[in-house]
Design a binder for this molecule. Structure first.
Ligand code: NZQ
Ligand code: ZN
Length: 386
């Protein structure tokens, strides 16, 4: 097992009715900016719950943060933060609103000239403006980690940022919010969380026995809960297990002491930037090709995964490993998620070359757990995903 440091300062308030406890978590004299998305919180009752809980605070609002949080919109929010002397940010939403809030937390205290540099130059934030979140969509784990991904439509870019100063101070996880989520977004959440685990598990063995079993247990829980929550998002116990699995998939714990990959995400982000495909769906497009292309490097863990997570006991190591890839594809399909790029766009020709060139231009020499997935490999993987 590799050496590691682990510190996660986010306080989690989990369960029914927890939104009402918001006022205890925000500093007494705070001037709060409440940030939200396109308005789902106004129709599902979450907005009212938050406003009631914050009745004794000075609260301004900024709505309209779109899915794949857009830089230009966030820059408008930054103006409000500065002109109104905001001291605390509250994200009420899914990964997009929470990620947008993380960017604002960093940008609000940024000393450099242009906040875009935080993304362009991957400048880490050691201390941002404090913020909390009320999670409305289980998927990304953003509610308990310190990274964000921001989109800039103008240049068709989608870049990641982060730093130890960007953990939420607290996050409220009330599984009752799941009942209003459309089926498509629930499928996205399941696929995203599933792939987060795979990024940190499907690498090569280093003897991280507990980490492997943490990962396998999250995958198995997602597999078990998927049909239940897809059928009935008001099933509280299924929603609770879905929500906690998503958080645990990307709060740093399972990654400690083991290698991690993230190549699927890096390629997937480009598909969102180029075509606007939902984040989780881009992962389902890339992952099977990535595992197939890098089969030799990943086959031991693939076979372990097939055996322990899917119960594949027959066959050689290679056969089990191949079955692992097929099971993964079938899982995405069972959520109604298609796994070929051509099923999402007719303009896919040339995509592999564009993405490969972007990686070269950014100086990214090698992705993946061994950092040996070169831009030329990326081109082949994306092409396999057509
Ligand atoms: O905007 P509103 O009206 O709120 O509607 C949202 C949005 O349209 C809707 N929604 C959210 N909660 C709802 C709901 N509808 C009904 N009832 C509710 N309770 O769902 C839609 C999608 O929301 P979004 O926040 O975009 O989804 P998600 O949580 O999947 O976030 C995706 C973003 O997170 C990034 C992705 O790249 C993408 O930009 N990621 C962030 C990560 C991180 N910070 O660690 C890691 C991930 O790998 C990912 O890259
Ligand atoms: Zn993801």
């Amino acid at each position: 097992m590799n050496n590691f440091d682990f510190q996660n300062p986010t306080k989690i308030l989990f369960g029914k009715g927890q939104i009402a406890t918001l006022s205890k978590e925000i500093p007494e004299n705070a001037k709060v900016l409440m940030l939200y998305g396109g308005g789902s919180i106004k129709t599902n009752g979450i907005y009212n719950q938050v406003k009631t809980a914050l009745a004794n605070f000075k609260v301004l609002e900024f709505g309209g943060i779109p899915a794949n949080p857009e830089y230009a919109v966030l820059m408008d929010a930054l103006k409000v933060i500065k002109s109104e002397n905001i001291t605390f940010l509250l994200a009420v939403g899914g990964g997009s609103v929470i990620d947008g809030t993380k960017f604002l937390s960093a940008a609000a205290v940024y000393k450099g000239e242009d906040p875009w540099n935080i993304l362009k130059n991957s400048e880490r934030t050691m201390k941002g403006m404090p913020f909390g979140s009320v999670l409305t969509l289980p998927a990304t784990g953003s509610e308990m980690n310190s990274s964000a991904v921001i989109t800039r439509r103008e240049t068709k870019e989608k870049l990641a940022m982060g730093g130890p100063g960007l953990f939420p101070v607290f996050s409220i996880l009330d599984p009752e919010v799941v009942q209003s989520i459309p089926e498509k977004q629930i499928a996205n959440g399941l696929a995203d969380a599933f792939t987060h685990v795979m990024e940190q598990y499907l690498t090569y063995p280093v003897g991280g026995m507990l980490q492997d079993r943490f990962s396998e247990s999250i995958l198995q829980t997602l597999i078990e809960v998927a049909p239940k929550i897809m059928k009935n998002p008001a099933d509280y116990n299924a929603a609770a297990n879905f929500m906690w699995s998503c958080t645990m998939a990307l709060n740093g714990l399972i990654q400690k002491g083991v290698p991690s990959d993230w190549a699927t995400h890096m390629m997937g982000h480009e598909l969102t930037a180029l075509f606007g495909i939902d984040h989780a769906r881009t992962l389902a497009i890339i992952a099977p090709s990535h595992y197939t292309y890098n089969f030799e490097n990943k086959k031991e863990k693939l076979a372990q995964y097939a055996e322990r997570v899917w119960g594949v006991t027959e066959g050689t190591l290679d056969e089990k490993a191949k079955a692992g890839i097929e099971k993964t594809k079938a899982f995405y399909n069972s959520l109604g998620i298609k796994t070929s790029l051509s099923e999402y766009t007719k303009d896919y020709e040339g995509t592999a070359e564009i993405i490969s060139k972007r990686f070269t231009d950014r100086g990214w020499k090698g992705l993946g757990e061994r950092q040996d997935v070169t831009p030329s490999d990326v081109e082949k993987i994306v092409m396999m995903a057509y």
